[in-house]
Design a protein around this ligand. Structure first.
Ligand code: AMP
Length: 145
């Protein structure tokens, strides 16, 4: 059911795209926007969302728009890796609430992993301080341009 509902233009990420809600951006062009997750599962947890499409999830994404978007996802993943030098990097996305999706505008998570550090819960816990997110975003931005 939730996999095929109508796109809600008032979802949080649509509001961020319209500038109706703030975000800590690391990359933006006409294809995609990347910003820091406010409930980071690890330092540097970044989200990459497509622009100019109303896709709730990966299945909805028009195939002709996919290549350019995935290019941005890879670009931001590489920037996160260069900036933070983690031991590993999770690149993932969820489709539908039963799969763990909580915001219904397509997005890929880029989650750095370090061997000695555990992962925080998904979309839960305390919201990160904006200053802390800005500090990490400042490191990633130069590599994402
Ligand atoms: P998902 O559960 O896969 O749909 O991922 C949604 C992600 O968005 C979660 O990791 C949340 O922590 C994150 N999130 C929710 N609201 C915001 C927001 N206003 N700015 C940045 N990230 C957010």
């Amino acid at each position: 059911m939730t996999l095929h509902a109508d796109y809600d233009p008032d979802n949080i990420f649509a509001k961020i795209l319209r500038g109706d809600m703030p975000s800590v951006k690391v990359f933006e062009d006409d294809i995609a926007l990347a910003f820091m997750d406010v409930f980071p599962q690890s330092d540097g947890h970044t989200l990459v969302i497509p622009k100019q499409v109303q896709a709730r999830n990966f299945l909805d994404m028009p195939s002709e728009a996919l290549g350019a978007y995935m290019d941005r996802v890879q670009n931001v993943a590489r920037a996160v890796e260069k900036a933070l030098q983690p031991d590993g990097l999770v690149v993932t996305q969820f489709n539908g609430a039963p799969a763990g999706q909580t915001v219904f505008h397509l997005h890929f998570h880029i989650i750095p992993r370090w061997e000695s550090r555990s992962l925080a819960g998904h979309a839960s816990g305390q919201m990160a301080e904006i200053g802390y997110l800005e500090e990490i975003a400042n490191k990633i931005r130069p590599f994402a341009e």
